[in-house]
Design a binder for this molecule. Structure first.
Ligand SMILES: Nc1ncnc2c1ncn2[C@@H]1O[C@H](COP(=O)(O)OP(=O)(O)OP(=O)(O)O)[C@@H](O)[C@H]1O
Length: 383
């Protein structure tokens, strides 16, 4: 038995290894627009509430959710671009306390953010060589000019842009979105990071070139042993790309576990609806619930389970009490009262299985302590 009685841990990491980057009970509240100058209690946007995640060497974790669920905010918290409201970020087991300047630079060199829109992240009047040289000078200040040029060639080679001279003298507008996204990955590699936080890295690219960029990221994870957080609204891509998947709804994680299990045997009704509403021509006429409605306001989120106003299986307790995490099989967990041990929950699970044509009704889960970080790291003896 490991420490996992109180900390559900996912995937299949080796025993005793420490995650490279971890968030523990991380919360971020932004002041709501206009609330700074109003009397009365300050209103806040609950962009992330009590989110715990562990990123491990050589593994990809998908963070999936609709627009506005808090995914980008969470990635930025990990990158320390926003301070957390409460909770802790740990790098290799040690709390990260960034106060700007040198400590921020040290964190950024280890934890690199890759953004959705590569065009927006380049200086339009600088050549690729100049942009990359800037990153190389920051991270390899002692290298000679010739060495720095060699480093640039090598970085471009690592992202399969060869020969380098075909790209170095170009301006961003002369390159395709896919080429630019590769160059932003090369720029991130200049820091020799341990962690990539890729925020919708392929959503702005043509469908035909997405796979190439995802394959490149996968190769870098495997060859360099970096940890990768893959932020996406596309749950189908999580299955093929990431070992582990966490699902975020209205600022909270609602389900996590191995990607194969989460995508093929989703437990939370929100994940089930996300999957049912993903385009799939092969099931054009099936009868699964598909109208997934609108996400709630994050200024005044619903009481109890935040998904209850949209949930076809909601019970009275869902309106009043926030669900704890229930450990299921295969390292999967879900914060959903459906997996409670009583008869009403069991009856709703029967309805749930019927609605989604599931072969078998799922058993109840094991309720995990609420103070435990319900991370995506569900390793261990939680069954
Ligand atoms: N700096 C900020 N100040 C105030 N509110 C913010 C700020 N940044 C994000 N938010 C709010 O936090 C919530 C979560 O936004 P976030 O961008 O993290 O979601 P997301 O899941 O990444 O969505 P998308 O996929 O559209 O980027 C939204 O309600 C957003 O308006």
């Amino acid at each position: 038995m490991t420490t996992t009685e109180t900390a559900p841990l996912a995937g299949s990491p080796a025993d005793g290894d420490v995650p490279i980057l971890e968030a523990l009970h991380v919360t971020k509240h932004f002041p709501a627009r206009g609330s700074l100058f109003k009397r009365g209690p300050r209103r806040v946007v609950h962009a992330a509430d009590d989110v715990s995640i562990a990123l491990r060497a050589g593994r990809i974790m998908a963070l999936v959710g609709e627009s506005g669920s808090g995914k980008s905010t969470f990635a930025r918290l990990l990158a320390q671009l926003h301070p957390v409201t409460s909770g802790e970020i740990r790098y290799r087991g040690k709390p990260v306390r960034v106060k700007g300047g040198r400590s921020l630079r040290a964190h950024v060199s280890k934890v690199q953010l890759i953004l959705q829109d590569p065009f927006g992240s380049f200086n339009p009047v600088a050549t690729i060589a100049r942009t990359l040289m800037r990153a190389v000078r920051i991270h390899h200040p002692k290298a000679t000019a010739a060495e720095q040029r060699r480093i640039i060639d090598d970085l471009l080679g690592q992202v399969s842009l060869r020969p380098a001279r075909q790209f170095t003298e170009k301006y961003p507008h002369e390159l395709s979105g896919g080429q630019l996204q590769r160059i932003s990955i090369a720029r991130a590699l200049a820091a020799n990071p341990d962690v990539f936080l890729a925020d919708e890295p392929v959503s702005s690219l043509d469908v035909s070139i997405r796979l190439g960029v995802l394959n490149l990221l996968r190769r870098l994870v495997e060859e360099r042993g970096v940890a990768l957080l893959y932020v996406t609204h596309d749950i189908a891509s999580a299955r093929y790309f990431a070992e582990d998947t966490s699902v975020m709804y209205a600022g909270q994680l609602v389900e996590a576990g191995p990607s194969e299990t989460v995508t093929q045997n989703a437990a939370h009704p929100y994940t089930q609806l996300l999957i049912a509403s993903a385009p799939d021509p092969s099931r054009a006429d099936d009868a699964r619930p598909r109208d997934i409605g609108q996400p709630p306001s994050l200024i005044d989120p619903p009481s109890g389970c935040r998904f209850h106003p949209r949930c076809p299986f909601a019970m009275e307790r869902c309106r009043t009490d926030a669900p704890p995490a229930f450990a299921l099989e295969d390292g999967q967990w879900a914060k959903c009262w459906l997996y409670d041990g009583d008869d009403e929950a069991a009856a709703r699970r029967v309805e749930n299985a019927a609605a989604y044509g599931l072969g078998a009704v799922r058993p109840a889960g094991r309720r995990l302590p609420t103070d435990a970080p319900a991370t995506t790291d569900t390793k261990g003896d939680q069954q």
